[in-house]
Design a protein around this ligand. Structure first.
Ligand code: IVH
Length: 682
């Protein structure tokens, strides 16, 4: 089939419309198209590209998310180093910097009236983008400023970064630097998700952004909506009419398709800079992203050139930082909180204080080791800080203020909720209550079951769950489905209408998808994403519960800790019983004929074990493995005597070497496709 000129034209028109709508939405924050219209055009383009793959171009809006996770990132050298900034912690330090750069210039050329550009210092991660002939060809982390890592597939998922510059005649090469960051709402969402899976929380948006950028799987990066502000532009020497100042460069960046922070200011004096700094000290608290200071840059490029760099910093710029809010208070009590997974977290209850705009009176002390390390005692005066202005934590103890007769803290031996013994497994930092009918664990698991990303039962919040568990109206999530109006009416502030509504909402949750149910079970490490990945590979709960640790581990995206945790969960009789009950109630536990996993006729590879390694010409590893499994084969992640075949792609490494030593049969992608009955991709 050849593509008609009309089709070609339509595809190019769709690309342009979608690109313009995306720009308006993500960069200008001023949408010009209804979501539904966008979705319709997007799907039309996707369908055209599926039918005529020759229509696909790298900068098509459909090509943002790659499907192939990287094995690792390659290190690359930056064409131009990424410098960092000298810090000033107060106005006098800023004034000293101003005196320094002035003195650095020879006496005859002292600049009396320099202009300054003030930009907000966004708390994210600096990245470097390279455009060749207007097309994004590379995105890299800052690294040590000289070399970084090539994270192009991850960068492509950031909607505020254009895949193509909006320039008629783009220069052969354009380098753009800026800050990739997680808006606070997104940061909170990710941390909530991590809390629900028992993963450690990100301390601040900067760590979260850096961690996200270095995710090997671009699909995961895509789900965490990173944003971006551009602030540095490098054009080739020969570019006609280049910007002459930072202010012009920022406007140029915006003009060629980047989002540039709108809260910038061109200042005519240091006094104006100081006013800007003070204004944003309170202003920044209502921004949807974290800022930890102001970056002050001399505006004129010729002036910047004359000043140049020290070995670390530009002489023409400085970061003026807001003081991290650290506040002293007194610890009144240390309590232990039992979470949904039974983890016992010590918490400091303190004299209430204002930190970064909110009243704080509880702070996590993480675990016994952390308490011992800081030697936090009841009665101590401590300094608390809101990490990333979100999660309060104790930074240190003011020992000089310690009252006499304090005692070192040790965790209680028994669960404060159910009195069963707390256990700290060897080599772990977490102490746990192992009693699965502990009311704290029960409360936590019911709240999790009802939460938005799980069964999404509206109206079943923490307060209500507390009562339900306390009055023993429900002892497991399965009991929720047997609640009656009468039973609910015994709760405080419960009327008939509300009771009926709740029963209805609970009953409706039976319509929720299998991945949501799986997530709702609250298996350790099985967050929303992992639940989706598991459901993709194990279409029913039966298949999942019967999977071996090896089967689980060879699932795309599932690591060994998750595999162990899932396997262990299904071994526990109480969990098996719960699943059985929920199944009988009618919750969705997947089905054999979900589209991904249709049994594919003959089981041509039954009983054979495969290892897939390297980059295959057309299939992603996930697709190749799915094909093998559909034909009855088994996947293993490592080569051993038990391996029957190794499917080899480009850049295969140590696995291939080992297979050669063991004399294992090698297959190319096309040989694999032949063996599974000539199935094609798609
Ligand atoms: S300019 C030579 N501008 O702060 C120019 N940096 O402490 C160096 N940052 O690595 C960078 N917002 O990650 C610049 N408007 C801004 C910034 C900014 C945040 C970060 C950036 C840099 C770090 C230096």
């Amino acid at each position: 089939m050849t593509v008609t000129p009309q089709t070609q034209q339509r595809a190019s028109q769709l690309r342009q419309q979608l690109q313009e709508a995306g720009y308006a939405y993500y960069v200008l924050d001023a949408p010009i198209m209804e979501d539904t219209v966008y979705d319709r055009l997007y799907r039309e383009l996707q369908e055209l590209e599926e039918r005529y793959p020759e229509l696909i171009v790298a900068d098509s809006p459909t090509q943002r998310v790659g499907d192939r996770p990287a094995e690792r990132f390659t290190s690359i050298r930056h064409n131009i180093p990424l410098y960092s900034l000298e810090n000033a912690f107060n106005i006098p330090e800023l004034e000293k910097w101003d005196g320094r750069w002035r003195r650095h210039l020879t006496a005859s050329t002292t600049e009396e009236s320099a202009e300054y550009v003030c930009e907000l210092k966004i708390d994210g991660s600096a990245i470097a983008l390279t455009y060749e002939h207007g097309i994004l060809v590379r995105g890299a982390t800052r690294g040590d400023g000289i070399s970084g890592e090539d994270i192009t597939p991850n960068i492509r998922t950031i909607r505020a970064i254009p895949l193509r510059l909006t320039l008629e005649n783009p220069p052969p090469i354009v380098e753009v630097r800026g800050e990739a960051f997680l808006p606070l709402e997104e940061f909170n969402r990710i941390n909530q998700e991590r809390a629900s899976t028992g993963e450690p929380l990100f301390a601040n948006p900067r760590n979260a952004a850096a961690g996200t950028l270095r995710q090997l799987d671009p699909k995961i990066v895509d789900r965490r909506r990173l944003a971006f502000f551009a602030y540095t532009l490098h054009l080739p020497e020969a570019t006609p009419n280049p910007p002459q100042s930072q202010w012009q460069a920022l406007e140029y960046l915006q003009h060629i398709g980047f989002s540039v922070n709108p809260n910038r200011k061109l200042c005519q004096s240091l006094a104006e800079v100081e006013t800007y700094f003070q204004q944003w000290d309170s202003g920044r608290k209502s921004l949807p992203y974290m800022t930890d200071g102001v970056v002050v840059k001399l505006n004129s490029f010729p002036l910047q050139e004359r000043l140049g760099f020290t070995n670390k910093f530009p002489r023409w710029a400085i970061a003026l930082k807001y003081p991290a809010e650290e506040v002293p208070t007194v610890v009144r009590e240390i309590t232990v909180n039992i979470g949904r997974t039974g983890a016992a977290t010590p918490m400091a209850i303190m004299e209430p204080v204002q930190v970064a705009g909110t009243t704080v009176q509880r702070a996590t002390l993480h675990n016994q080791d952390r308490i011992a390390e800081l030697d936090i005692r009841v009665g101590d005066t401590v300094i608390i800080r809101k990490a990333g202005e979100i999660i309060p934590e104790v930074v240190r103890v003011l020992l000089e203020l310690r009252p006499p007769d304090t005692q070192a803290y040790t965790m209680p031996k028994n669960c404060p909720e159910c009195d069963s013994q707390l256990v700290r497994p060897a080599g772990e930092s977490v102490t746990r209550c192992l009693n699965s009918s502990c009311s704290a664990i029960l409360r936590g698991s019911v709240v999790h079951w009802a939460s938005r990303d799980a069964l999404d039962i509206k109206g079943l919040g923490e307060k209500l769950v507390e009562q339900i568990v306390e009055k023993e109206i429900a002892r497991s999530v399965a009991d929720l489905y047997e609640l009656t109006r009468e039973k609910l009416m015994s709760l405080e502030r419960m009327g008939e209408k509300l009771a009926d509504k709740l029963i209805n909402a609970i009953s409706n949750s039976k319509q929720q998808s299998y991945p949501r149910v799986l997530y709702g079970l609250g298996i350790r490490y099985v967050g929303k994403t992992n639940a989706e990945l598991l459901a993709e590979s194990f279409p029913t709960i039966q298949a999942l519960s019967q999977a071996s640790v090896d089967d689980l581990e060879s699932t795309y995206g599932i690591g060994s800790e998750i595999a162990q945790s899932v396997w262990q969960w299904f071994k526990i009789p109480a969990n098996q019983e719960l699943v059985g009950r929920l199944q009988a109630i009618g919750l969705n536990f997947g089905s054999e004929d979900s589209p991904d996993v249709k049994p594919m006729g003959e089981q041509l590879l039954a009983g054979k074990t495969f290892v897939v390694t390297g980059t295959l010409p057309t299939l992603s590893r996930q697709e190749a493995e799915a094909l093998i499994k559909q034909s009855g084969g088994k996947i293993s992640s490592s080569v051993s005597q038990k391996t029957d075949y190794i499917v080899v792609g480009d850049k295969a490494g140590s696995k291939l070497e080992k297979a050669q030593q063991l004399g294992i049969v090698q297959l190319s992608e096309s040989e694999l496709l032949e063996r599974v009955g000539g199935k094609e991709k798609g």
